[in-house]
Design a protein around this ligand. Sequence first.
Ligand code: ADP
Ligand code: MG
Length: 584
Amino acid sequence: MSKQTLNFQAEVAQLLHLVTHSLYSNKEIFLRELVSNASDACDKLRFEALDKAELYEDAPNLEVRVAFDKEARTITITDNGIGMSQAEAVEHLGTIAKSGTKDFMGRLSGDQKKDAQLIGQFGVGFYSGFIVADRIVVESRRAGLPAAEGVRWASGGTGDFEVETIERAARGTSVILHLREDATEYLSHWKLKQIIGKYSDHISLPILMQKEEWDSEKSEYVQKDEWEAVNSASALWTRPKKDISDEQYADFYKAISYDSEAPLAWSHNRVEGSTEYTQLLYIPAKAPHDLWNRDKKAGIKLYVKRVFIMDEAEALMPSYLRWVKGVVDSADLPLNVSRELLQESRDVKAIREGNTRRVLAMLEDLAKKDKAPEAAEGQDGVTDVVSEEDKAQAGKYSAFYAEFGAVLKEGLGEDFANREKIAKLLRFASTQSDSVSVGFADYKARMKEGQEAIYYITADSLAAARNSPQLEVFRKKGIEVLLMTDRVDEWALSFLHEFDGTLLQSVAKGAVDLGKLQDEEEKKAAEQAAEAFKPVLDRLKDSLKDKAKDVRVTTRLVDSPACLVVEDGEYSTQLARLLKSAGQ
Ligand code: ADP
Ligand code: MG
């Protein structure tokens, strides 16, 4: 192929403009993105070579090299991974095949820090090279293709790019950045090494840089012909827990999740038994923008014996825990496992159950430590010692719940085996608590004597719930009612009929039977009223016959003259409205 000039797809041109202009103060992420592409390319080679060992050619040791040339003002990132054919270079570097791109552009907020995270999330990292470069040259040869079928791709990052055929002996890809005037600071061993340490330390293959030596004649550092690894190159999850600092755990989380905040909690375990695997699971502090997309894939990366197999291994986590991030490394799965195979594997089922248990246990633990423990002086004058660690956990569960509580509720309908555990983790506002902090267990602990059910009401908002006439009798009798205002509440609650032996009862359904809480006099009064009002009721029933199934005298109201209720076992007016708005 002789040299051709091609135009970027319109969206790419637009994206390039946005990326270079919106990430200006966060320039250094270009290296994170390009190193991560190099590492991905090595992972892909390793994967394809599983049943095609000849792809390794004569270079079986996968690595990434980062070099710079002060005179030429270039930085070059080279990998010996899968490489790109000519068609792939055009396709992958000139068009945006991914559906998320438009969404990405719409979401750029102008906050450079946030936008820098987004870039990685949406997989448009390559273009971040143009933040520091006014020209990028990519030279590549795909593993397995002859040396004569190399490709050179070059662009100034505006409207078009050039491609041509080149001869390239080495398999893999070199990305050559011709630095802009204001990016000179990156022509430094120290600087590049520092950025690699910050973002790419966990990359499980060596990232090499040339050694430097002080030249006293020239009075400057000169590069030697010797290369050394500048990252620790060990897959973090394979190291013993005691050798990993909190900071390293947090950095690893940031690297795999593209979240800029530290995680709320994590759990790292070697699970032994009939299926053996290592799990490193994180609970993020903030929900991702697409939390509500139920098609969103799980945040778990699957490795088999440290070989990367796939991102977003949805079979390893139930959908209601799709926001958990982490890594699973199993020695029991075959290396060529596919998504389809994963769905059927018994080992995978065991891993999913193990992951689920672990996440629920982490949440239980956070929930237990949520209220700030006070070092209370007991009656015997002994002060309970509260560990610093426990104190640091206070408030985390509330924070977690505000972000992820609603999606956790999906688990009631999805994961029957863990329904009890999930129910224990739920929190609601109530007629006695403004904050969403009442669990079913708290509620039960303060139930009135003689109260036989846990009462709740569903509504669009807290205000609507609180002002509902259905609550009148409960208020009068001082009975707490849980206020449920999440859209999923009613659907989720339809899977939970009782908690720890106590029935859950919607105050808006059927005839509210307050059971022993109602005294004899009240019951008698109600019966008499029903008798006395019979003619009125009959006339109302008759005139409302198309609109209401029944009209009856009630004890649930105190001040209001009338209210609507639904029959037991039917959708509430709330859910009916919801289903209608969803087109059902
Ligand atoms: P993402 O990495 O999320 O796919 P990028 O914009 O970073 O998005 O890269 C776009 C695509 O370009 C990659 O998916 C890959 O196909 C190709 N690519 C980029 N860098 C390399 C590389 N070093 N080796 C092989 N292919 C690469
Ligand atoms: Mg990338």
